[in-house]
Ligand binder design. Structure first.
Ligand SMILES: Nc1ncnc2c1ncn2[C@@H]1O[C@H](COP(=O)(O)OP(=O)(O)OP(=O)(O)O)[C@@H](O)[C@H]1O
Ligand SMILES: [Mg+2]
Length: 262
């Protein structure tokens, strides 16, 4: 197993978190995990394994039943939930854009809530739309329904970047895209993330997406962490049969991708 990171290098730490929902369903059964500063951590697992529940603990859409999540050195329960949410980007499937607001206004929403003035909001929105490959002059005044699905997902990423957060949470952000567009956005986002030095926590059930984009992977199953490490660790030393079978086609993935990111 790799050495645990120094506390100063940790952006988010889940410490023995358990989640029992109001109906008695235990979604997480004691998970400990770190996301390091400046890295992409992908949380992988089958449907219902607890990935979204883990992610929503970071921005307090969910609080743990026991254990704690530490963000920026402080337990989430010590943060004001609104201040916590405004401090990070959040990208969800289908982008979650406000349908009645223009693209420019959607991208500028968090800066507006933070009190950023209109001129700077507009300039930042244009910069972020350009970053994700959209022409602000072309799409800025449109409404979300006037864009393609792939363009909307780019806007979702631009919105998460707009307030220049250190941390970005992404929950199946590139779902429902054709494989070519999906791969293009994954690669663009990865190089953007490297350039900007953001910490990203990416929830996905797509092993290929995780291997393309992440520095570290965390595999969850039935609310428990099966294994955390670099992609190569899973291939070379799977923790159990589930990890082995989940990763069995990873060799094929790296063969197809030329082994650039095993
Ligand atoms: N509010 C809730 N009340 C009760 N059970 C819940 C609630 N939210 C989620 N669950 C359950 O907790 C488990 C984990 O859900 P979660 O959304 O974290 O899964 P996931 O790994 O993100 O799955 P998917 O890949 O399908 O999105 C599931 O069995 C789900 O039905
Ligand atoms: Mg989910």
């Amino acid at each position: 197993m790799p050495a645990p990171p120094d506390a100063s290098e940790v952006a988010v730490a889940w410490k023995d978190v358990r989640k029992v929902f109001a109906d008695g369903h235990q979604a997480l059964g004691g998970v400990s995990l770190d996301a390091r500063k400046g890295e992409v951590l992908a949380i992988l697992g089958t449907s219902g394994s607890g990935k979204t529940t883990l992610l929503k603990m970071v921005n307090r859409l969910n609080d743990p039943t026991s254990g704690e999540v530490v963000v920026g050195g402080k337990p989430t329960t010590a943060w004001d939930p609104i201040a916590l949410r405004l401090s990070m980007g959040y990208v969800i499937q289908e982008a979650g854009l406000m349908p009645h607001m223009t693209i420019e206004a959607n991208v500028g929403l968090v800066p507006k809530l933070k009190g950023v003035d209109k001129a700077k909001r507009t300039a930042d929105a244009h910069r972020c739309l350009n970053l994700v490959g959209l022409d602000p002059k072309l799409v800025g005044a449109r409404f979300p329904h006037q864009l393609s699905g792939g363009q909307r997902q780019r806007v979702g990423v631009a919105r998460a970047l707009a307030a220049d957060p250190d941390l970005i949470l992404m929950d199946e952000p590139f779902g429902a895209l054709d494989p070519i567009t999906r791969r293009e956005i994954q690669d663009e986002f990865r190089s953007l993330q490297r350039d900007l030095g953001k910490t990203v926590i990416l929830v996905t059930h797509d092993l290929r997406e995780a291997c393309r984009m992440a520095d570290h992977l965390a595999l969850v199953d039935h609310g428990r962490l099966v294994q955390a490490g670099r992609p190569a660790d899973f291939l070379e030393r799977p923790a159990n049969e589930f990890a082995r079978s989940f990763f069995q086609d990873a060799r094929a993935v790296t063969a197809i991708d030329g082994g650039a990111n095993p």
